[in-house]
Design a protein around this ligand. Structure first.
Ligand SMILES: Cc1cc2nc3c(=O)[nH]c(=O)nc-3n(C[C@H](O)[C@H](O)[C@H](O)COP(=O)(O)OP(=O)(O)OC[C@H]3O[C@@H](n4cnc5c(N)ncnc54)[C@H](O)[C@@H]3O)c2cc1C
Length: 394
């Protein structure tokens, strides 16, 4: 049996970031992941600027190693069967990364010990703390294993049992030189096509010569998306946006966003972060930034708890999550215009208006331009009753 200060299940953005922050505070951390990195992860790979800020990472430094880091300066937004409008911003408003590269980079940078290549086989607790795989022991366990995280199951989550969720599928592939030359999608302007009922959107996103096409919408985990995705792809081909059907099958899964989730965030000696906790934004489905932010909040709570991990000592994590992402609601959340039935008939008109697409869809729902992120408010929000403090780097 090998002992650590913290065991983390899952080495995606949430687990790797939590490990990074805990390692910087001098803790001994093990990350367990069923996959060997670099690994694929179904994702469009769109990250908002807060991601790089929170990770204290310069996009130029990240891309210097030959990793994909596509600057995004605007969007093309429309609705199925309708016109699309282009919105450009003066600055870079987001980046496009490839998850295979990004996740492997973050995990390696974390400095944690990694045991990967097979799923976690057992999790239990005894008088001395948590025991993982009958092999590792620690007083604190972090669940960062995504939607189907085994630690979330220990806390009572039942993924796949019909909980309201975002269901999404994508395919990512490199265009051959001939296809790249004729593909009209501007890498700086990802294309978003809202579904007729506004309960989701399809995307066509080019990162250099890598094309990522997908569709995500509200549904129940376990629900099938196949017919909708097939129709979306055939429209893209017919309209000449992509040079033929993708060469690979679409992959995806469901995930439960913040404010919709009913998952328990913590218990004695255990916290959930990222998709395991359900932290994605319900309006856009963006999950990487909130996964990273929740991981930093959990690491903060752990460092403050100073080895005493009773749930009361970890409660500040829940308060921070609620202050930042809102309290869990019992109702399914959908984009605001879909909640207002009289707006549905005029939704096509609204989405074809430059100001609506720019101010509401992009700035408010997708870029969260009005909200400071963890890099600007590192430790706590005012409503938390806690004061912001400087991060202690060891
Ligand atoms: C099709 C699609 C497109 C998306 N596009 C975007 C986007 O463009 N931008 C964005 O911000 N978000 C996007 N998201 C959401 C985003 O991918 C997730 O919110 C994000 O990956 C959450 O990070 P995480 O670290 O919590 O979980 P994950 O990235 O899922 O990482 C979990 C890790 O846990 C490991 N694991 C799972 N089970 C076990 C086990 N039993 N034992 C050991 N290890 C285990 C997995 O191998 C994995 O490495 C998309 C999601 C989908 C499905």
């Amino acid at each position: 049996m090998t002992s650590f200060d913290v065991l983390i299940v899952g080495g995606g953005p949430a687990g790797a970031t939590c490990a990074w922050a805990l390692r910087r505070a001098g803790l001994d951390v093990l990350v367990r992941d069923r996959a060997r990195f670099p690994r694929e992860k179904p994702c469009a790979g769109w990250v908002t600027p807060g991601v790089f800020r929170m990770l204290e990472l310069d996009p130029a430094e990240y891309s210097a190693g030959g990793r994909t880091c596509q600057a995004i300066r605007g969007f093309v937004v429309g609705r199925e069967g309708g016109h699309a409008v282009q919105t450009r911003f003066p600055d870079v408003v987001s980046h496009g990364i490839c998850r295979r590269e990004f996740d492997a980079f973050l995990l390696e940078r974390s400095g944690a010990r990694v045991d990967s290549g097979r799923p976690v086989t057992s999790i239990h607790r005894d008088a001395a703390g948590w025991v993982l795989d009958e092999r590792y022991r620690a007083p604190l366990l972090i669940g960062a294993g995504g939607h189907f995280c085994p630690v979330a199951r220990v806390l009572g989550a039942r993924p796949g049992s019909g909980e309201a969720a975002i269901i999404a599928q994508e395919v990512e592939y490199r265009l051959d030189p001939a296809s790249a030359a004729v593909c009209p999608v501007d890498p700086e302007l990802p294309e978003l096509t809202f579904c007729r009922d506004l309960r989701g959107y399809g995307w066509c996103f080019r990162k250099g010569d890598v094309l990522n096409v997908g569709l995500g919408r509200w549904g129940a985990s376990g629900e099938r998306l196949g017919a909708h995705v097939a129709e979306f792809l055939s429209v893209l081909v017919r309209r000449g946006r992509i040079p033929g059907l993708p060469p690979r099958r679409m992959t995806g899964h469901a995930y439960v966003p913040a404010r919709v989730t009913s998952r328990r965030l913590l218990d004695d000696g255990v916290m959930l972060v990222g998709d395991s906790a359900g932290t994605a934004y319900p309006e856009s489905g963006e999950g990487i930034a909130p996964a990273i932010e929740s991981a930093l909040m959990a690491a903060t709570a752990a460092i403050e708890a100073a080895g005493h991990y009773q749930s009361a000592r970890l409660e500040s994590y829940r308060r921070r999550i609620c202050a930042r992402f809102g309290k869990p609601a019992r109702k399914l959340r959908v984009p605001a215009i879909a909640l207002t039935p009289w707006l549905l008939p005029v939704a096509g008109l609204l989405l074809s208006q430059g100001w609506f697409s720019r101010e509401i869809v992009m700035k408010r729902w997708f870029l969260h331009a009005m909200l400071p992120d963890f890099s600007e408010r590192p430790w706590a929000l005012e409503s938390d009753g806690l004061h912001e403090r400087e991060m202690v780097h060891h």
